[in-house]
Each structure stands twice: as C-alpha cells, then as structure tokens.
Design a protein around this ligand. Structure first.
Ligand code: CP
Ligand code: NVA
Length: 305
C-alpha cells in the first residue's frame, strides 16, 4: 500500500482534513483535561531540521510524547546531512529506525526526494514553498474562534512565500476566498498555484486586500534562506504592514493571525499583534493539537474512539 505523506495541503482531501480537524478538537480537549491519551505508544518520530525553529520543534516533540511516543532531533550541522550524505540515503536509513518523520528544509524538491525514499510517512515542517502544518493550525484556529471558514474572506498582505502558497491551497480545499497583496517584484509564482485555483484575487494596494476580510494575516518580509535579500526587501515592503488602519477596513469581528516569529514595526504593528483582534497565541498553541491529530491519522488512519 502506498504510504501517505503530508508534504503540502493538496496531498489531503477535504474529507481527510475534516477528520483531522475533528480529531484535533478531541485531542485538544483531552490535553486540557489532563487525560492520558497514548495511541502512538512507543512510536518514534524523527525530526530533521535544516533551518531554525521554535514552534515546530516544540509542538512536534511535545506532541509525539503526549501521544505516548518519542522524538529524535537531527539537524544539518551535526549529522551527516551537513557533510553531503544524499537525502535519499538519509531517508532510507531514518525510515528504517522510526515510524514517522518530519522534515524542515529548503527547496520543496528536497522533501519530495526524501519522501520518495522513505518507508514511513513524511510531514513537511516547512520548505521554501509550503508550510502546510501552520496553515492547517490557522484554519483550525479560525474555526475555533469564528466557526466554518467556507465562504469567508482571508486577506494576505506581504511576501509571496511558503505561507501564502499554503493559504492558496487551503482556499481551494476549504472553499474560502483569499485577497492577496504582495509588493511589486514579489508577485505570486504562477507555477506554484494550481491552474484551476479561482479562490484568490490580487490587489495592488495592501489596504484594498483587507476590505471586508474575516481574517487578516501576514508573515515576515524575509523568510529563512532569503537573508541576503533583506536590505532590498525592507525597501520594497514599505507599506505592507498590517496596522490599525488596515484592520479597520476588515470586517468588525476580523481576527489577526501571524505564524510567528514576528517583527513588530515591519510586517505588523505592536498595536495589532498585541491587540484584541490578534489570536496569535492560540494559533501557535494549535500547532500542537492539529499535528497530534495529523500524526494519529498518518499512522492509524481514521480512528474514532
Ligand atoms: N511558525 C513556525 O513554524 O515557527 P518556528 O519557525 O519557530 O517553528
Ligand atoms: N515564511 C517564514 C515562516 C517561518 C515560520 C520562513 O520561511 O522563514
């Protein structure tokens, strides 16, 4: 039987996401009630990090432990990955000693090559092109705060980065609309968007993208791996900051999200990210709950206890 991986949101159907989201609610409730839940007893998660992380490492490591399993952390610097061992060989070896693997790396082609050589499910913990676990947590967070996301409007103001490409896939799968405003020269790469995705509209002015939105979101101007472009980006992104004026254009009950880490004064003001419409701490916490549900699904299928 083919192994199920989670490399981008389009790897799952809406039906599969509905299952995972239902399980995430259930698993979160158990966690909040201090109820032991060990469906993945003695299972081993390998976490491969080729880039830095706080939330992703913490949520996967805590998550697998809370499900009864254990985690092994590997990074480029002190493993043979940093000395040129082919990713295909690393995948063969790691997947013989573990039950599930999470990979954070650079180009998406690297995780695809890794998954093609893995005997166990591989989860994308962020690539240059996609951050599916984060956007799944964001959708879950919206549902918790405001109910179904279908038919709603989400505003993306900022870089055409991994988060945006995952939001674009989410819009198509969950049936909401994405208003996108990126600065000149940082436009969406159409090669990374499904040709039949009609669930987004581009806006030249960031404020126009926010009009009527039920959720306003952004991300850093310079993602990991693009640090050399930082000075140039600081100039190009001037104006692509979510401030109180932009939030005022959104729906009165709009929520603000940011995957974090954030740079206050660049892509978002303190007033907004630390203000009453911001749900960023719930959003960060929900990484834990949705990823536990995701690992449960990838390893055990549709359980319903
Ligand atoms: N949002 C997110 O993925 O955070 P980390 O880079 O800290 O893992
Ligand atoms: N777009 C950011 C997300 C960090 C969680 C990056 O790739 O650095």
């Amino acid at each position: 039987m083919a192994i199920k991986h989670f490399l981008q949101l389009s790897d799952f159907t809406l039906d599969e996401f509905e299952h995972v989201i239902t399980r995430a609610h259930f698993i979160k409730r158990k966690f909040k009630n201090y109820e032991t839940y060990h469906p993945l007893l003695d299972r081993t998660l390998v976490m491969v990090f080729e880039k830095s992380s706080t939330r992703t490492r913490l949520s996967f490591e805590a998550g697998i432990q809370q499900l009864g399993g254990n985690a092994i952390y590997i990074n480029t610097m002190d493993s043979q990955l940093g000395r040129g061992e082919p990713v295909e060989d690393a995948a063969q070896v790691m997947s013989r000693m573990s039950d599930i693997i999470m990979v954070r790396t650079f180009g998406h082609d690297i995780i695809e090559r890794f998954a093609a050589n893995s005997r166990v499910p591989v989860i994308n913990g962020l690539t240059n092109e996609h951050h599916p676990c984060q956007v799944l947590a964001d959708v879950f967070t919206f549902i918790e705060h405001r109910g179904p996301i279908k038919g709603k409007t989400v505003a993306w103001v900022g870089d055409a980065n991994n988060m945006l490409y995952s939001w674009l896939q989410a819009a198509q799968i969950f049936g909401f609309h994405l208003n996108v405003s990126t600065p000149k020269g940082y436009d969406i790469d159409s090669m990374l968007v499904a040709p039949d995705n009609t669930h987004y509209t581009k806006f030249d002015q960031p404020a126009d993208a926010c009009v009527g939105a039920h959720l306003v979101t952004t991300d850093v101007w310079t993602s990991m791996g693009f640090e050399a472009e930082n000075a140039e980006r600081m100039k190009a992104f001037d104006g692509w900051c979510i401030d109180a004026d932009k939030m005022a254009k959104a729906a009165p009950d709009a929520v603000f999200m940011h995957c974090l880490p954030a740079h206050r004064g660049e892509e978002v003001t303190s007033e907004v990210i630390d203000g009453p419409q911001s749900v960023v701490w719930d959003e960060a916490e929900n990484r834990l709950h949705v990823q536990k549900a995701l690992m449960e699904y990838l390893l055990l299928g549709k359980v319903s206890n």
